[in-house]
Design a protein around this ligand. Structure first.
Ligand code: SF4
Ligand code: SF4
Length: 395
């Protein structure tokens, strides 16, 4: 998209001075609230082969869009995303906030930290568009720019490392010193020549630590730096549109959207959690008021279509369909082991679409409700749900 200087805006005319332009872009990004910013020339991705090997191993699961020729090509060379792109500006925004105490009351689910405030896709895209406007003002002419967040085909963590923001850690996330891994990344491609920022590569990395690899409840790490997304709770509760494999449901615990475990055990994040971080987190990403981190599961199970829309509005939870959320809630209720959930789960087993019914049956099995399951089996017509009920009854 072309970004033009606003009418009457004083043009700084820095287009002929790549170093001065870089300094201006960094200052503008900081003024927009980004915690880290780095600038690099567009270049072929260094770890593209590893990405292709990851795809070939099937670790992307249902995310088949990652393997389309256009997607793979763009991840090799960002010029597929913006013709004539010369410069990549990589920005990081921190969402690190203290973990609240679990509120009292009925069984509660858990939402990943990044998803407790406004949808970071919206926040990043708006800030990057404003940064592109700033670049147009700085060079005094329209510039072609493309804002990318994690839905765009860019190996963003590798690019962030190349731009000096931090390092790609064994848990596959970017760790930015002073911010930990509680950051979201956004990139801006520009058709303008800008000097690279000269950040030193980060020296202190994972070393001999392997806490994240050992803590993952579903065993999703094939090895350091290699994640089998099909086993990751983030994938299972968000990208996955079908059933959560029965063998993994117990390990999902009460997490209903994403998972932070491999970040929470990381020593780089422990320092941030203890208040030793170097930045105040972005206010836009601060947790919404109320029990956003730990919502009441029984209330979620009763959300109608309109209430669901309100609950997910402008948050990253927009990525879920209602049946996915209710599927996740059923699994969490099965793991919370609170028999008070039996009436609501029975109701779901009678009324909701098959995906939810199947997981409600599993949860009722965990709660020992044989009467409810037997009654449902007598009237259930869907083969997959019948199979779940029979499995829950131990038959
Ligand atoms: S997010 Fe959770 S499930 Fe996924 S790799 Fe990390 S610890 Fe494992
Ligand atoms: S827990 Fe240890 S191995 Fe994992 S990302 Fe953090 S420092 Fe690296």
């Amino acid at each position: 998209m072309a970004h033009r200087p606003a009418p009457g805006a004083p043009a700084a005319q820095l287009g002929g001075d790549p170093s001065a332009l870089a300094a201006q872009i960094v200052a503008d990004a900081r003024a927009l609230g980004f915690h880290r910013v780095g600038i690099v020339p567009v270049a072929p991705a260094a770890r593209h082969d590893a990405y292709r090997a990851w795809l070939a191993a099937g670790y992307a699961g249902e995310m088949t869009y990652l393997a389309t020729p256009e997607h793979v090509a763009a991840r090799r060379d960002a010029r597929f995303l913006l013709s004539g792109a010369r410069t990549l500006v990589v920005c990081a925004l921190s969402y690190a906030a203290p973990e609240p105490a679990l509120p009292p009351g009925g069984p509660r689910g858990k939402i990943a930290r990044y998803a407790r405030g406004a949808d970071y896709h919206l926040v990043l895209k708006e800030k990057l568009a404003r940064l592109a406007d700033c670049v147009a003002v700085a060079v005094g002419r329209p510039v072609a720019a493309r804002a990318c967040v994690d839905t765009a085909p860019l190996l963003e963590r590798d690019e962030a490392e190349r731009a000096g923001l931090g390092f790609v850690a064994k848990n596959t996330l970017l760790i930015a010193p002073g911010l930990g891994s509680y950051v979201v990344l956004g990139e801006l491609l520009l058709d303008v020549a800008v000097a690279a920022t000269g950040d030193e590569p980060v020296r202190k990395k994972c070393g001999g630590c392997r806490s994240c690899l050992d803590a993952c409840p579903t065993g999703a790490f094939v090895d350091a730096f290699v994640l089998d997304a099909r086993r990751c709770i983030s994938y299972l509760t968000i990208e996955n549109t079908g059933a959560i494999p029965r063998a993994l449901r117990e390990a999902v615990g009460t997490m209903i959207f994403g998972c932070d475990i491999c970040q929470e055990v990381c020593p780089f994040n422990a320092a941030v959690d203890a208040g030793h971080g170097s930045s105040v987190p972005a206010p836009e990403l601060a947790p919404a008021p109320g029990a956003r981190a730990f919502p009441e599961l029984l209330a979620l199970l009763e959300l109608g279509a309109a209430q669901f829309k309100r609950f997910t509005k402008r948050s990253a939870l927009r990525r879920l369909h209602r049946v996915q959320l209710l599927r996740n809630v059923c699994v969490a209720l099965g793991n919370a082991r609170d028999v008070a959930a039996i009436p609501a789960l029975r109701h779901a087993l009678n009324r909701e679409p098959p995906l939810v019914r199947a997981h409600a049956a599993w949860a009722l099995g965990r709660l020992g409700d044989r009467d409810g399951l037997a009654g449902a089996l007598a009237i259930e017509r869907d083969a997959a749900v019948r199979e779940e009920i029979e499995a829950a009854l131990g038959g």
